[in-house]
Ligand binder design. Structure first.
Ligand code: PLP
Length: 562
């Protein structure tokens, strides 16, 4: 385990001490970093254009990366692998091209329905939705989702029964980024093929964690992203059957994908080059090739470490009764747990873990329809990789436990600067410093921050302020009053001249309370001119704002200034 981790310089650097957000992006091993650096220093020429030695050797390196990726996924032929900017672009390319085949009533397209799972990443929902609306009203197509139960577990017989003669495409993730379950693709492909439907697989979350064999899966197309498989960002791949690659029109047109161009006639190259218009991300492709070789060499190690980590993490999480692990009935899972934690805002947990330099992800994970189906606003996702350790899980569990205790503690921890009725009456003359005199200290919430220099004291004060936030009534928590840009749901509205807000996050509620206290006290004209961001800075609480909180609160502030 240590040997595996030691190949990743990230862990020896100043990085956050615990990185559990591997489903968002993985770290790079030294061999990938070296390959990219070597390409940038020694392989700097364009590919497929010139025949001088340097350009030819770069083209060789670039094309051998295609061999590496083809071997990793066991593609029958290297030509069946095309490059893209990532899984998103590969899925868009496929959906766009297949839409064109539908338009011309090509034999590959039979039926009028695209079946997906409710849990798909937006990258495997939106291209199909767009296809349907682009071809409407000429073609009456539809996207049909198949959903898991309320705990995120799938009954695949529902998917089997949903596939029919009407099904043109089944587009499905190999591994769900929101639930961590591994879908039985080989089985699903058989069901699809029984009805002449195509099976397109989003392998983004699979490639780094489980063995992928597109021939065994029998799928019609498979896509992935380099940065989720130890490679660089901005590059990815797609695989498809010869029949699809031959039939699909180019996605973009331009240099290098043509055989002949005149003003009367254009002939395109064969695949894969017909899908690779323009100068590609050469060093990125070479880096992805190195990543593919790395995974192939380390596959057994990766799987055995991750299986053990998943078992250990699951056991530990199950010891906390407030935690539900979504989709945990699935036998086949990668080392990813999507959690619901009763009684606390996931966002607040994330902030407290972040204070301990533990990186996890909260929110909808680009799977909003799943969250809507489960009637939740998101989950806390812990996604591990083979370079993580049991010791890290132990630290995480202790911090998680502490965070839950902090957020659910009914009595205040000692040392809290409570907002007393007396402090509400304090005036400007109580100010302690020059900068503090900018603040209207007749306002009790603001007053309570003056003189607080200790980070945890001001954090606790924010939590206390949450209790004072004017609460927006439930009937007004509608899309109209929803604040865009926050990592957590926030609603804000002006009710009879006074602002009120609602969010489940105590931290955001506390910050809102402080802003609304000021906004509601100012005459309209003054409020429009007032610098709320400076106000928070003067109170010394800007350091409690993460970038995303700043973004969300910037929108709140804009709305207060209207
Ligand atoms: N599909 C899945 C399952 C994902 O998890 C992601 C990214 O999180 C994507 C597609 C999109 O990948 P990218 O942003 O690299 O194109």
């Amino acid at each position: 385990m240590r040997d595996f981790r030691q190949q990743f310089p990230f862990f020896a650097s100043q990085a956050p001490s615990i990185y559990f957000d591997n489903a968002a992006t993985t770290q790079k091993p030294q061999c990938v970093i070296d390959a990219i650096e070597h390409a940038n220093i020694h392989q700097s020429a364009n590919v497929h254009r010139s025949s001088y030695q340097l350009a030819a050797s770069v083209t060789d390196a670039y094309e051998s990366a295609r061999d590496d990726v083809a071997q990793l996924i066991n593609a029958p032929n290297t030509k069946q692998v095309f490059w893209s900017k990532g899984a998103t672009e590969s899925l868009n390319l496929l959906a766009h091209g297949l839409g064109e085949l539908c338009r011309i009533e090509h034999a590959l397209w039979q039926g009028d329905e695209i079946i997906i799972l409710t849990s798909e990443h937006h990258a495997n929902i939106l291209p199909w939705q767009q296809l349907v609306s682009r071809l409407s009203p000429m073609k009456k197509l539809r996207v049909t989702p198949v959903s898991p139960d309320s705990k995120g577990n799938f009954d695949y017989t529902q998917l089997r029964d949903a596939i029919s003669e009407r099904t043109a495409i089944v587009a499905i993730a190999h591994v769900s980024n929101a639930l961590g379950c591994i879908h039985p693709i080989a089985q699903i492909t058989q069901w699809a093929h029984r009805h002449n439907a195509l099976c397109i697989v989003d392998g983004t979350q699979a490639v780094a964690h489980i063995q992928v064999d597109v021939q065994a899966l029998q799928c019609d197309a498979y896509v992935g992203s380099s940065h989720k498989m130890f490679g660089p960002t901005g590059v990815g791949f797609g695989y498809a059957t010869h029949a699809i690659l031959d039939a699909l029109p180019p996605y973009q047109v331009g240099g290098e994908m043509i055989e002949y161009v005149s003003f009367d006639e254009v002939r395109y190259q064969s695949y894969p080059l017909k899908f690779e218009a323009g100068t590609p991300n050469i060093s990125g492709v070479i880096g992805m090739g190195a990543a593919a070789r790395f995974i192939k060499q380390q596959q057994t190690t990766i799987q055995s470490i991750e299986d053990e980590l998943l078992e250990y993490l699951t056991q530990q999480l199950q010891s906390l009764p407030v935690i539900t692990i979504l989709g945990d009935n699935h036998n086949e899972r990668v080392s990813l747990c999507s959690l619901l934690i009763a009684g606390v805002s996931h966002y607040d947990i994330l902030r407290l873990l972040d204070d301990q330099h533990i990186a996890v992800r909260v929110g909808h994970h680009c799977a909003m329809p799943l969250m809507q189906h489960l009637h939740i606003d998101g989950t806390l996702r812990v996604s591990l990789c083979a370079y993580n350790t049991r010791a890290e899980i132990d630290v995480f569990m202790t911090s998680l436990h502490q965070a839950i205790m902090t957020l659910t503690a009914s009595s205040e921890p000692a040392g809290i600067n409570r907002i007393s009725p007396q402090s509400r009456l304090h005036s400007d003359s109580d100010s302690h410093s020059q900068s503090e005199s900018h603040v209207q200290t007749t306002l009790p919430l603001a007053q309570a921050f003056l003189g607080l220099t200790d980070y945890s004291a001001s954090f606790r004060q924010i939590m206390l302020s949450a209790k004072e936030c004017p609460i927006l009534q439930e009937t007004m928590r509608t899309p109209q009053y929803h604040v865009a840009g926050c990592e957590v749901d926030v609603w804000l509205a002006n009710q009879n001249g006074q602002f009120a807000a609602f969010t489940t996050s105590k931290i955001i509620k506390g910050l809102l309370a402080i802003l609304l206290e000021k906004a509601n006290q100012l005459p309209v004209e003054e409020r429009r001119q007032f610098d709320f961001a400076q106000y928070l800075a003067t109170l010394g609480i800007s350091h409690h704002l993460s970038q995303s909180r700043v973004d969300g609160l910037t929108v709140v502030i804009e709305q207060l200034s209207v």
